[in-house]
Design a protein around this ligand. Structure first.
Ligand SMILES: [Zn+2]
Ligand SMILES: [Zn+2]
Length: 670
């Protein structure tokens, strides 16, 4: 059959939300018109899928007779060129297929299918009547606002708002947003943890008189649908979201704020691996818009970019009102062990202070970044450690659930007292504390204290967090026992004491960011104390009182710590002075995974400035029954590490039983 017509059908390239890289060719019947950015319905295999028009014209490498026609063009939805640029860039940077990134952009089931029964009008939120009245700021804030507002007109810029906890960073960026809103553009505020969203949303509402659009994983499907449509149509002016909100198809994004930019929660470790902060900066660049990074303890990467002139830096140094950063003291646990004070997890100095604090009607936070009751259980009779049968990890005692749980695969068994290995009864002992054990100790030693435990096991979403925060503010709670979930962003005026059970946790291990991360976390936890008139006090329990991280928390000299760390990274030629990527091989077959990793190593790129380490079994050598091996690659900053890997991967045949995951700029080395 001949296809010779007067005007040949338009041939377009379409990407589909499926995890493959290809652009597929389709034909457009003459009755329809499709441009890049349009969403079209096509046949793909046996399914009907909606895809994104990528190219208007395609080179003909498949004959027209083999192509299918698109069946329709979805009305009223079109992705802007900026979204297409971001999609392409994100796929190339993360080394993920285009279709996988598109899938993230349209991550609402059946988003393009019209609802059968139209719901009530989408929004009483409608077109917001934004209140642009001005506020009172201190001179530093005024200067910061003026500076950033001036940047807005210049297109792309990155500004670090480097301000101590309580210095009013949020007020500054909210004020700057007004400039963006006045220009009818959208603004995105990224938060590392969605439990913080209600607080920021509330402040935004108080400031502007309208509520922002939220985007995070605990929205219901219909909420997601509404938010997505509002964002895509441009109706949503301000979006507050978790890292995944970076991938939404904004109609006209005018500014991005990354709050707590140093937070490791911005790193997505599952599926497509990416660092949300870095993608935010890239998105700002592609859209030629300003990006604001805010932190009290900025990451070394960001500080490096400030020092080399890529980013601007504005310091906010005065704490709001009279509040000062709390006094930090160390409790030397070596000393206490010598004095045989081993029975409790809360040392005597901290316990005394805790009692005093509650006695005068103030509140305390006991911090331990470890879920459950005990991280390890062993048998007194045979020495067996309770381990997950599917992972090289210990089972964690979670008394709250009555289970031993694996934190990597979720495998659980009922709590027992009999050893499965040797059969000894009442022989299993819990080793080390988790937050549940601290709650138990406080209940035993201070039965009158009203406690609240905050961890991902007790506080599942933003609503639960808001509920518990209200109880704390109401003074229905004396002592909070919490994991890092409580370390961030919360403001409790009567909280004056912070006790850190194990300040050394996180300092050991091969993670190149261990010191930086521990410093940031402890600094943040410490910042919970004494946020208003009453002075705060922090006790850090440690076996390594001389560690530079602890020394700098005592002296309060953050910048000295940062420059020490920077020096160490420079000496080791580690990020931000070089680029890293991990290749992680996994398979149910141990031999295959090892053979593939070794095959990669044989073809490893060889150049004097490229370093390849491995292959070696991962520290977590088995997860969910899959064996894991790793290779670490280091290149100079001037080289595209992705290109190096692309070239490398072409030379090795990967068996279908082995999965290769590429982690650009890895944060986890497990
Ligand atoms: Zn045993
Ligand atoms: Zn497991």
């Amino acid at each position: 059959m001949s296809h010779q017509k007067e005007s040949p059908d338009q041939r377009i390239g379409v990407i589909l939300p499926v995890p493959v890289g290809q652009v597929y060719d389709y034909l457009v019947p003459s009755s329809l018109k499709a441009c890049p950015g349009n969403i079209v319905t096509v046949e793909f295999g046996r399914q009907k899928l909606q895809g994104l028009v990528w190219h208007e014209e395609r080179e003909a490498d498949i004959s027209v007779s083999k192509l299918k026609y698109i069946s329709d063009v979805i009305p009223d939805i079109s992705f802007s060129p900026e979204n297409l640029r971001f999609l392409k860039w994100a796929a190339s940077y993360t080394m993920a297929p285009l279709g996988a990134i598109l899938k993230m952009m349209v991550s609402v089931p059946n988003i393009f299918t019209p609802l059968k029964r139209p719901r009530l009008q989408l929004s009483p939120l409608g077109d917001p009547d934004i209140n642009f009245s001005t506020r009172v700021f201190n001179p530093q804030q005024k200067e910061a606002i003026a500076f950033i507002k001036n940047q807005i007109s210049k297109g792309y810029s990155v500004t670090l708002l480097d301000g101590i906890t309580g210095s009013g960073k949020t007020e500054v960026y909210l004020d700057v947003l007004s400039e963006c809103l006045a220009k009818e553009q959208q603004a995105l505020i990224l938060l590392p943890q969605i439990a913080l969203a209600p607080q920021i949303a509330d402040r935004f509402e108080k400031r502007f008189g309208v509520s922002p659009t939220l985007w995070h994983s605990s929205l219901t499907q219909s909420q997601r649908r509404i938010s997505w449509k509002r964002i895509c149509s441009g109706q949503a002016k301000v979006v507050i979201g978790a890292r995944s909100s970076l991938f939404l198809p904004y109609a006209h994004l005018g500014m991005i704020v990354v709050d707590e930019e140093h937070d490791h929660a911005y790193k997505q470790e599952e599926g497509i691996i990416y660092q949300g902060r870095d993608l935010a900066v890239a998105r700002a660049y592609l859209g030629q818009i300003p990006c604001i990074l805010a932190s009290a303890t900025p990451s070394l990467e960001t500080v490096y970019n400030c020092e080399t002139g890529r980013y601007h830096r504005i310091r906010l140094e005065s704490r709001y009102g009279v509040a000062q950063f709390p006094v930090v003291s160390l409790v030397d646990l070596r000393e206490r062990t010598r004095q045989k004070e081993g029975k409790y997890w809360i040392s005597t100095p901290l316990a005394i202070r805790l009692e005093e604090t509650v006695a005068v009607g103030e509140q305390a936070l006991i911090y331990l970044n470890r879920r459950g009751y005990a991280p390890l259980t062993l048998c007194r009779a045979c020495g067996e450690r309770l381990q997950c049968p599917y992972c090289s990890a210990w089972l964690v005692d979670h008394r709250k659930y009555g289970r031993f749980l694996c934190h990597y695969c979720g495998h659980g068994v009922n709590l027992a007292t009999t050893c499965q290995k040797c059969g000894a009864e009442d022989a299993l002992v819990a080793c080390g504390p988790g937050v549940e054990r601290i709650v138990e100790e406080i209940a035993a030693r201070f039965p009158s204290f009203r406690t609240a435990m905050i961890s991902s096991d007790t506080v599942e979403d933003a609503d639960a967090m808001a509920h518990i925060a209200a109880k704390i503010n109401n003074h229905d709670i004396d002592v909070i026992i919490g994991t890092q979930m409580i370390a961030k962003g919360h403001h409790f005026p009567d909280l004056t004491l912070v006790g850190v059970i194990d300040a050394d946790l996180g300092l050991s291990g091969g993670d190149l960011r261990a010191s930086e991360k521990t410093y940031q976390l402890l600094h943040q936890v410490a910042g919970r104390a004494g946020r208003e008139q009453k002075p705060g006090h922090v006790y850090l329990q440690t076996y390594t009182p001389d560690h530079p991280v602890l020394a700098s928390l005592i002296s309060g000299d953050r910048d000295a710590f940062m420059s020490q760390e920077m020096e160490a990274r420079k000496r080791g030629n580690m990020p931000p002075f070089a680029r890293l990527a991990s290749l992680i091989f996994s398979s149910f077959h141990r031999e295959n995974v090892e053979a593939t990793a070794r095959a990669f190593m044989r073809c490893a790129p060889r150049a004097p400035d490229i370093l390849v380490l491995g292959p070696a079994p991962a520290p977590l050598s088995i997860i969910r029954g899959k064996h894991r091996w790793r290779i670490l690659l280091r290149t100079p900053r001037t080289l595209s590490i992705q290109s190096v890997i692309r070239h490398w991967m072409k030379q090795v045949k990967i068996p279908s039983s082995v999965k290769v995951k590429i982690d650009i700029d890895p944060y986890s080395f497990l």
